[in-house]
Design a protein around this ligand. Structure first.
Ligand code: SF4
Length: 177
């Protein structure tokens, strides 16, 4: 079983707190206007990489992990295998970026199963009109840094307090009306 990987950045601080191993996966169905990484959209881009090889790199770095792309949740079978192994064998903190909203994820059993093994999901497509360079770990104000455990327990998205701001909450309240 392989995943097409665009690149792995070791020791980065831009995709979550601390120095992390960021894994950029090829393939994204969302095609957001203004995407910072349109070369990641093709599912055939990058290099096919086994889960074993990814585990080897992650274990060597001894650091928390961020899955990004592309959209990691476009590969639910492979990514489920990877996140299960990271948690079971290494116990590292995992963040996952996705263009799906939390509500889409939790209406989809396979995606829900993936995020059960993830600590934080940064959700929603990038919206150019809501771009805000002052936000931490996200590009537009509709995107949320979501505490997975708290959200699954509560039955709705709960943002990590330290990264939330009023505009995000307000945007999603308006969408829900
Ligand atoms: S979800 Fe992310 S990678 Fe995919 S098109 Fe949107 S901004 Fe680009």
């Amino acid at each position: 079983m392989t995943i097409n990987i665009l690149r792995i950045v070791e020791g980065t601080s831009v995709d979550g707190p601390g120095l992390r191993t960021s894994i950029y996966m090829a393939g994204c169905p969302h095609h957001c206007e203004g995407c910072h990484n349109p070369q990641s959209w093709g599912f055939e881009a990058g290099t096919p990489t086994t889960i074993d090889n990814l585990m080897h790199v992650i274990a060597n770095n001894e650091a928390p992990v961020t899955l990004t792309g592309g959209d990691p949740l476009a590969h639910p079978v492979e990514v489920l295998k990877l996140v299960r192994r990271i948690k079971a064998e290494l116990g590292y903190n995992i963040w996952c970026y996705t263009g799906y909203t939390w509500e889409q994820i939790t209406h989809h059993p396979q995606l829900t199963e993936v995020v059960r093994h993830v600590d934080v999901v940064v959700d929603s497509p990038f919206v150019l009109a809501l771009r805000d360079t002052s936000l931490r770990f996200r590009g537009s104000s509709n995107q949320r840094v979501i505490d997975v455990n708290a959200s699954l327990s509560a039955g709705h998205a709960i943002e990590c307090e330290q990264y939330a701001d009023v505009s995000t909450t307000h945007f999603h309240q308006l969408r829900a009306q």
